[in-house]
Design a protein around this ligand. Sequence first.
Ligand code: ADP
Ligand code: MG
Ligand code: ZN
Length: 330
Amino acid sequence: METKINNNYDNLFEAINIYYKQGGRMMFWTCLNGCHDFVDWEHIDKINIATCRKCGASNQTVVILFRNSWNPNGELETSEEFEICQKYLPTFEFRSQLPENALVVGRHSVLPFFEELERELALKNSRLVNSHSQHKYIADITNYWEDLKEFTPKTYTQWGNLGEGQYIVKGKTNSKKFRWDTHMYVPSRDRLVQVISNLFIDQTIADQGIVVRDYIPLRRLGEGINGLPISAEWRCFCYKDKILATGFYWSNFEELSPGNLPQEGINFLKKITAIVSKKANFYVVDIAEKESGGFMVVELNCGMMSGLSCVDPNEMYGNLAKALAQQESK
Ligand SMILES: Nc1ncnc2c1ncn2[C@@H]1O[C@H](COP(=O)(O)OP(=O)(O)O)[C@@H](O)[C@H]1O
Ligand SMILES: [Mg+2]
Ligand SMILES: [Zn+2]
């Protein structure tokens, strides 16, 4: 329907009638740029999103819900990340401060009550950048590893029949990597049950459920506590199929950094974003360089919950703001 309203009521009523015949509900939104033109409505997860047909403006405002941490004296520890984030997007610390009709990018603020937050936001016609089902897909390795099986170590939920070999053991979301020797790395099959039972004592990991993965030697840069290998790994923040920013994974070992992700790694990453962007919006891909050459995916993480590692916050938030603005005026 290309007709312009142009203050002509016949055109307006005709448009309303056509809309009704198509089963539409009556909703009005006036474009903030004063276009006085038609808007297109889209309904996603109970949220109504309007887009001005003339200028592309949306009724959705992009905002950040940022959880700061408090030190033991009850003082707010405003992080550098919080300061920088505000330069690029309207940033709020508390839910009650959020505007209506918002596309909310949570940062460290969506757990443990993700579904409750999602329902609360929907009351104000607002939504999170990843829905709860998208979040669940990324947060549980048993959901995504098969989609990425060409690119990531084989992952097992049953281990009775595993053959001789080296393995790693972790929870479906988190690991105890800082207790590498006893709670993660399995040097030979006969140690597997011992490492699994060590890990099982940790309540958080036991609640997630445990997986076993093939151990793939990575390009080693150094060693942390308890034998933890520090390898050539990069954290890559992505929005849909766009790479926002990448940086060395091990922020406590910045001096070991191998530099920027090489072009071969970027090419590898593009194959991964082509797959994951079909399942989630804002996510992190951790990739590593293998000792034998080439790259692998270590794991996926939710973009709303992942620490920055050595990723430049200006680059990440700057590109995130740009990517969200482009999509909001598509
Ligand atoms: N299958 C594997 N083979 C070799 N090293 C691995 C493997 N999986 C993880 N690692 C190493 O262990 C580290 C922690 O594993 P990860 O799955 O990322 O746990 P977490 O969720 O706690 O970050 C990785 O950064 C990587 O260095
Ligand atoms: Mg990790
Ligand atoms: Zn407009």
